[in-house]
Design a protein around this ligand. Structure first.
Ligand code: ASP
Length: 341
């Protein structure tokens, strides 16, 4: 069977196209097409036809941040009508951050944007990149999914629910608190019930992000607030506070509690995520979250830290005031969370 679909591959870097160098694996300019030409399945008429856009510079994803998110979003927006779907080749290290950000930046998306990559480069015999790439192109061409997602090691995940869970396994990603959108077995089995999304505009709209001062603070037993005071009391627009369990903090640590309260009074949005992979935060369940409730901190519900950071950048970039950002942080916009009840 011949496919009449068209897929655009945006190659940003990452292990998939890397080569060994004296300093370790690194991307190599103008080399990716050579690698693709060695994969005979890439020439199959059953595969959607594809074009590659190679980014310059190619990056290890540790070096990817807001400018690159904008470049990826712009590249998709400029070609949106031309293709049935998009595959973004990206390093695995920060893939969930970028994919989460794109899920907010691309509003009203009506076709698949599939992030993938590899744990072993294509130039190596046992690369997982071939399967990841080919399945991602097929999923992008099929057009069943209409959102940003991550395909890796047989699973298609909602982007803003995904997280990198393994640095040495081929199943490197999971969405611990949300079912997979599809599983690739002999057939590609889509999970219809997981594919529902909050209502969205009919027209596609791309929002560029700007940089804002946002912090992430992970609590641990024995946390010495004095060491972090400079950070939390500076002019941060938001702090993602990775708290214990359902959103609890050591309330006997008065320096911490007072610091959070002061920072909230100064207008910093305290967004509370959970260190647990499943279930998220429900502030007010325990007395050890009461100080957070009283200081006006908001619950990130079951959002991942990656999604919470991306969403904060997005909402600030939309120009919303503090109250609106707080309200929307507790509202499910792109399937990233259960609404806070
Ligand atoms: N360091 C690499 C990157 O994130 C790892 C990978 O792609 O698997 O670009």
């Amino acid at each position: 069977m011949t496919s009449n679909k068209r897929v655009c591959i945006l190659y940003t870097g990452g292990t998939i196209g890397m080569v060994p160098t004296e300093f370790g694996y690194a991307p190599k300019k103008d080399y990716f097409n050579t690698l693709l030409n060695q994969i005979h399945q890439m020439k199959s008429p059953a595969l959607p036809s594809w074009d590659v856009v190679e980014f310059d510079p190619l990056l290890d994803s540790s070096n990817i941040a807001i400018d690159e998110w904008n470049n990826i979003g712009r590249a998709i927006a400029e070609r949106y009508e031309e293709y049935d779907g998009f595959v973004v080749l990206h390093g695995t290290d920060t893939m969930s951050y970028t994919a989460s950000a794109l899920s907010f930046m691309l509003e009203g998306l009506n076709k698949p944007v599939v992030f993938t990559g590899a744990q072993i480069p294509l130039c190596e015999l046992r690369s997982d990149g071939r399967d990841n790439l080919i399945n991602s192109i097929i999923i992008a061409g099929e057009g069943i999914i209409r959102e940003v997602c991550v395909y890796f090691g047989g699973k298609l995940l909602r982007a803003n629910r995904s997280t990198k869970i393994a640095s040495k396994e081929l199943q490197a990603f999971d969405s611990p608190d949300y079912p997979a959108l599809a599983e690739v077995r002999i057939d590609i089995c889509y999970n219809e019930s997981a594919m529902s999304l909050p209502s969205r505009p009919k027209t596609f709209h791309f929002t560029e992000l700007q940089s804002f001062p946002i912090g992430v603070l992970k609590l641990f037993p024995g946390f010495q607030f004095e060491l972090f005071e400079g950070m939390i009391n500076s002019n941060l627009k938001a702090v993602v506070l990775e708290a214990f369990g359902s959103g609890n903090i050591p309330t006997n640590n008065r320096a911490l509690v007072d610091g959070i309260r002061k920072s909230a009074e100064n207008g910093t949005i305290i967004t509370v995520t959970s260190q647990c992979q499943r279930g998220g935060t429900t502030l007010g369940t325990y007395a050890t979250s009461n100080d957070l409730v009283e200081s006006g901190a908001i619950s990130a519900s079951d959002m991942t830290t990656e999604a919470a950071i991306a969403k904060l950048y997005y909402l600030f970039s939309c120009g919303y005031d503090t109250d609106r950002v707080k309200l929307l942080m507790e509202t499910n916009l792109r399937g990233e969370m259960n609404d806070v009840v």
